[in-house]
Design a binder for this molecule. Structure first.
Ligand SMILES: Cc1cc2nc3c(=O)[nH]c(=O)nc-3n(C[C@H](O)[C@H](O)[C@H](O)COP(=O)(O)O)c2cc1C
Ligand code: SF4
Length: 398
């Protein structure tokens, strides 16, 4: 669907053109192009893609891997599904370009279990590109080979976290690893590994063809280019939109014809929930980190009910490895239930806020570090509504 001003991923791409151009450069030059473009990862954290590739390029090791993170488990996010369905060859070309730049000959797509039905589509694209000498042995007649395999996940949200993903790929229980070492140094089978999101990889062929300056023309100072957003909730026109970085929440709401909006959840359950006072903010890493989804809630919605839903999700998905997340998510959910009953005192609410902040710094991986975001933002931005509940005569944890 059309977004504001600039479309990149939804504009046509001549298949193989980027690869043909890339092989006339040495790998380091491709890394420089991606670095100069200021492309940032679309999987959530916004890590600079060119820098990630450079780290993997510089890491010693004969065998290196490119992994496409297609786990897409964040509630409300369905943009990667659209890319896998309609733009599979862009993903594969992006992986192949990454392999060429980094010195990897093997690529793996880690595909969300629920997207199993898209596997044949990917296999067909791999076969066709191999027949066109854009994948496989001696690509375009050059001394460069790159194979892509597909690995199905098993339905755990934490396996989208890159190190838990690597454990899962290696056939182990999906639990986050300690960092460092980072995957670029010791990733899949202890080899240097690049893990990139589906969408990130799709921008790569466009940048190689059009150049980094073209990509940098769009967006904001810290967030270049465009971004896909899965938009759902109380809107007349839900769907996947490509929007220029820096588009404001207000512009998005107009675009999708949202009415009587009370709250907007930016970045899925791990993201933040903003109120009307912040609708002018731009979707950009330096302001509202964009993530991959926007969920709109109108004035009929109960914010505590929404918060409970998110907290139940985190309790369910915590891998249980570390205490701040395992016990913290449980305690936050318990607190929300007390709030529902009007039994949470102001003092205990403060204790819960402190716990949430502790989880942000003490949890081992991003799941536990980000799980308190929705708690803190809903409690802070909708305090009036939450505290206006009928209070029981005696509050527990007074
Ligand atoms: C709990 C959790 C789930 C995640 N799920 C995904 C996911 O489904 N897809 C994804 O690309 N990144 C996901 N990430 C981020 C990855 O760890 C990693 O940062 C990303 O794949 C790197 O790619 P990028 O640099 O292209 O963004 C998740 C992170 C956390 C903490
Ligand atoms: S933060 Fe949560 S998901 Fe991550 S390692 Fe700790 S318990 Fe597991």
């Amino acid at each position: 669907m059309l977004g504001k001003k600039k479309q990149i991923l939804f504009s046509p791409l001549e298949q193989g053109k980027a690869l043909k151009k890339a092989v006339s450069f040495v790998p380091k030059e491709i890394i420089e192009q991606i670095k100069n473009s200021k492309l940032r990862g679309c999987g959530g954290a916004g890590f600079p893609t060119g820098l990630k590739w450079e780290l993997a390029y510089n890491a010693p090791g004969k065998q290196k891997y490119i992994i496409c993170n297609a786990d897409e488990g964040e509630p409300g996010t369905f943009k990667d599904r659209l890319l896998i369905t309609d733009h599979a060859k862009k993903i594969l070309e992006g992986m192949c370009l990454s392999g060429y730049a980094v010195g990897a000959t093997e690529g793996i797509i880690y595909l969300r279990a629920e997207y199993r039905y898209l596997r044949p589509n990917l296999i067909k694209a791999i076969d066709e590109m191999t027949a066109d000498s854009l994948l496989g042995k001696n690509i375009l007649g050059k001394n460069f080979s790159f194979n892509v395999n597909i690995h199905l996940g098993a339905g755990a949200y934490v396996c989208g976290e890159e190190t838990a993903l690597l454990e899962s790929l290696e056939g182990k229980r999906g639990e986050a690893r300690n960092k460092p070492p980072f995957p670029t140094e010791k990733g899949y089978l202890k080899c240097p590994t690049v893990v990139n999101n589906v969408e990130t990889l799709c921008y790569v062929p466009y940048i190689v063809i059009n150049g980094p300056d073209w990509f940098k023309e769009f967006g904001t100072i810290e967030s270049k280019g465009s971004k896909l957003f899965s938009i759902s909730g109380d809107v007349k026109k839900p769907g996947v939109y490509e929007l220029e970085m820096g588009t404001s929440v207000k512009e998005v709401l107009d675009l999708v014809q949202a009415e009587n909006t009370k709250a907007v959840q930016v970045g899925g359950a791990s993201g933040v929930c903003i109120a009307e006072k912040d609708f002018d903010k731009p979707l950009a890493f330096e302001s509202l980190p964009p993530g991959g989804s926007i969920i709109v809630f109108n004035k009929s919605r109960d914010m505590l009910h929404i918060l409970k839903n998110f907290m139940e999700f985190f309790v369910e998905e915590s891998c249980g490895q570390c205490t701040p997340c395992r016990d913290g998510t449980f305690r936050l959910l318990e607190g929300v239930k007390l709030m529902e009953q009007g039994r949470c005192s102001i003092h205990y609410l403060k204790v819960l806020r402190d716990l949430a902040q502790t989880m942000q710094i003490a949890s081992k991986c991003g799941l536990g570090q980000l799980a308190p975001n929705s708690f803190l933002s809903i409690v802070d931005n909708f305090k009036g509504e939450i505290l206006a509940r009928d209070r029981a005569p005696e509050s527990v944890h007074a």
